[in-house]
Design a binder for this molecule. Sequence first.
Ligand code: SAH
Ligand code: SF4
Length: 358
Amino acid sequence: MEEIGEPAYRGAQLYHALYAERRRAFASMSNLPAALRQRLADDFCVDMPTISQRFRSSDGAVRYLLSLADASGAQHTGESPARVEAVFMPADGRQTICVSTQAGCAVDCHFCLTAQLGLVRNLTAGEILAQILIVLEDHRESLAPRTNVVLMGQGEPLLNYEPVMAALRIMLDANGMALAPRHVTLSTSGIVPGIEGLAREKVRPKLAISLNASTDEERDAIMPINRKYPLAALLAACRKYPLRPWERLTFEYVLLGGFNDAPEDARRVVRLLTGLRAKVNLIPWNPGDLPYRPPAMEQLNEFRDVLAAKSVPVFVRYSRGQDIRAACGQLALGGAGTVVSTIASVPPPGRPQHTRLF
Ligand code: SAH
Ligand code: SF4
C-alpha cells in the first residue's frame, strides 16, 4: 500500500478483507474507500488456483483437484500448470480441511501414492493458504463454526519450510484466518532439522510425526528418509520439542497388514515413546496400487490394546473419502474411480519386497 502511495494501515485492512473476511473481489472490500477499491481493481488482481474437478465421497468428504498458476508463468507458455489436491471433511460442529504443501513429494515412502508423483515443485505460502480459502468459499452457505486444518495433503511440509511457516503465521494470526493453534496440525515424515526449527518458532501448529515402524530396519524398508534421520535422532528431537501445557505430540502409525502390525511392534512403539507426552493414531493402510494390504481387524485391535494397556493414548483413524481417492496416501491426482483393493496381488504375510532403495 505504501508503494502505491497509500497509508500503511490500508495494508492491514486489505489483509483483513482477504484472510479474515475471505473476500476476493476488491469491490466487495467494504472496509476500503470506494476510490481505492476501484484503483486496486484497475491495477491488481487476486490470483487463486482454479478448481479443475471436485470428487464427492459417500461419507461427505470432497476432494478438490486444483490447478496452480505456475510460478514460472508456465500457464502462458503452454506447459501444463502444476496440480495439487485439497480435501474437505465435514463433521459435527466443524470441518477439517487437508491441504497440500508441495506438488508431489520427494520423500518416497513406499506405501504412499503421492510418492509416485515425485516432487513437482514447492508451493508458495499463498498457494497453501488459497486451498483453505477456496474450500471454505465453496461451502460458504453450510460452514460449521469451527475449522481444523491439517497439513497432510501432498508433500512434506518441513521440506518447504519457509513458505509453510509464512502460511501458518497467517492461519494462526488473530487478524488473519484466526485459527487456533490446537486446530492446526502439521504432519511430518520426520525431517529432524525441520522439527528443530519448528521448536524455535513463536507461532506453531500442533505436530504429528509419521512413525510407521518400530525398528530402524523396518522403517528403512518403507521410509527411505529413515536412513538420513533414524529413529534415535527423530525421537531425540521429539524429546526436546517444547510442548505447550495443553499439547501432546501425535505419532501416526500406518498399519500395513503382515508387515508392521504385530504385537511385538506395538510393544516396541510403547518403549520408543516412553517418557514422551504423546498419543498414537493408528491408520489402517488405505489401498492403492502398491504391494501392501490393510491390517486384519484382529491385528488392529490387538495392536491398539497393547498400547492402551500401557496407558499410551491410542485412537484408530479410519481415513475419509476412500471411494474418491481422498484418503491419506491416495492423493496422486487420480480420477474419481473407486479404488480397487490390491489384496489379490499382495505378497503373502511377511515383508514385502522393495525394489527401490534410498
Ligand atoms: N508428508 C507428511 C504429510 C502427508 S502424509 C507425512 O508423511 O507425514 C499424511 C499421513 O498419511 C502420514 O502419516 C502418512 O504416513 C500417511 N499415509 C501415507 N500413505 C498412506 C496410506 N496408503 N494409507 C494410510 N496412511 C497413509
Ligand atoms: Fe511424502 Fe508423506 Fe507420502 Fe511420505 S507419506 S511420500 S512424506 S506425502
